[in-house]
Design a binder for this molecule. Structure first.
Ligand code: FAQ
Length: 311
């Protein structure tokens, strides 16, 4: 019977029929999705911190309102993604516990500090830009709830990317000091953004299986290359440079060739040894503990409401 279920599952994958929560799925497929969706959800909520750092110091009311809306969107993305993970039979509470105890990862990019206002521009332009490049193909993920969550998330990420570009455009056309601040932010965020796509394909443990299951549609290296190809002309439009002396147009392949990424740095940051790892996780744990009364109140209210309707 198990073999028959497996055969049906493989046929659905081959025919690009979406897998839904009620469908039988191999344990490895379920585990891979829980891992990836949870890491993605954790990234969204940890990713609120670097930008949250600048809400009180945004340079105008308009910038503040936009930044608050963006950070709130990230909380929303986290919530849809935890809901998508819950369709696989795991509790949000348990996923948060795995994050808080360092047993599940979140994106390396959020372990870098946000030192100036221009970092809000660089994050929007580069980090959200990389997120879109990686996530648009995930809209076609074989698992229905994840693919569907990704559609709205990508639309919101597009707005985020444009607002980052606009911040940098304003700064790069401002005073020399503002332009220098924009350039410095791009210098610091460029290489970590390339690392968001994960290790090179040859070192990527999950890519082949995830591609076979229709979870990942492209390899890490291909998406990284597409991101570079998209970003170089945008940097030119901004009048900013990318901090890579080896960056050059390759006429033959029609791609921008780029220099070597420091994979040791990615390993270190993933292992917990980035500039802000300890601070990010500590802040998240504290926020969770401080929010306990809200969860308790919501539960008490729900219980009371359930009793009233029964009476
Ligand atoms: N950081 O075999 P692979 C956002 C881990 S965007 C940390 O290639 P896979 C929006 C990987 O988990 C950021 N860990 O793995 C936003 C695995 O470890 P494991 C989040 C990384 O899964 C913008 C191991 O290395 N986006 O939040 C990283 O096939 C602005 C081997 O790697 C997503 O999560 C890394 N950079 O491919 C929010 C997108 N790279 O699990 C706020 C969905 C790799 O075996 C502000 N995820 N690892 O212990 C994916 O597309 C994939 O999971 C990849 C990695 C491509 C990230």
């Amino acid at each position: 019977a198990e073999a028959e279920l497996e055969r049906r599952f493989e046929a659905m994958i081959a025919d690009e029929v979406r897998i839904e929560p009620r469908d039988w799925m191999p344990e490895g497929y379920r585990r891979t999705l829980v891992r990836q969706i949870a890491q993605h959800a954790h990234s969204e909520i940890i990713g609120m911190q670097p930008e949250g750092n600048w809400i009180t110091r945004a340079p105008s009311l308009r910038r503040k309102a936009i930044l608050i809306a963006k950070v709130q969107d990230e909380a929303g993305h986290g919530l849809y993604l935890y809901s998508a993970a819950e369709t696989l039979g795991i509790d949000r509470e348990d996923l948060l516990d795995l994050l808080h105890t360092g047993r599940q990862k979140y994106s390396s990019i959020f372990n870098y500090p946000t030192l100036t206002w221009a970092d809000m521009g660089a994050i929007g332009w580069l980090v959200d830009g990389a997120a879109i490049m990686n996530q648009v193909p995930l809209c076609r993920c074989s698992y229905g709830p994840y693919g569907r969550a990704m559609v709205r998330i990508c639309k919101e990420e597009s707005f985020h990317q444009r607002q980052g570009f606009e911040i940098l455009h304003t700064l790069s056309h401002g005073t020399p000091a503002q332009k220098a601040m924009a350039q410095d932010a791009v210098n610091r965020f460029w290489w970590p953004s390339l690392m968001m796509f994960g290790p090179p394909d040859a070192a990527s443990t999950h890519s082949a299986q995830s591609a076979a299951w229709g979870i990942k549609r492209f390899g890490n290296d291909e998406l990284r290359q597409r991101f570079v190809d998209m970003t170089v002309p945008q940097a030119q439009a901004l009048g900013l440079t990318l901090p890579d002396p080896d960056l050059r147009w390759d006429e033959r392949s029609g791609h921008w060739r780029f220099g070597a990424v420091d994979w040791d740095e990615l390993d270190r940051v993933i292992r917990g040894d980035g500039p802000c790892n300890a601070q990010r996780v500590e802040r998240r744990r504290t926020a969770h503990e401080d929010g306990a009364w809200v969860r308790d109140s919501a539960e008490a209210y729900a219980a009371k409401h359930a009793d009233t309707t029964r009476a």
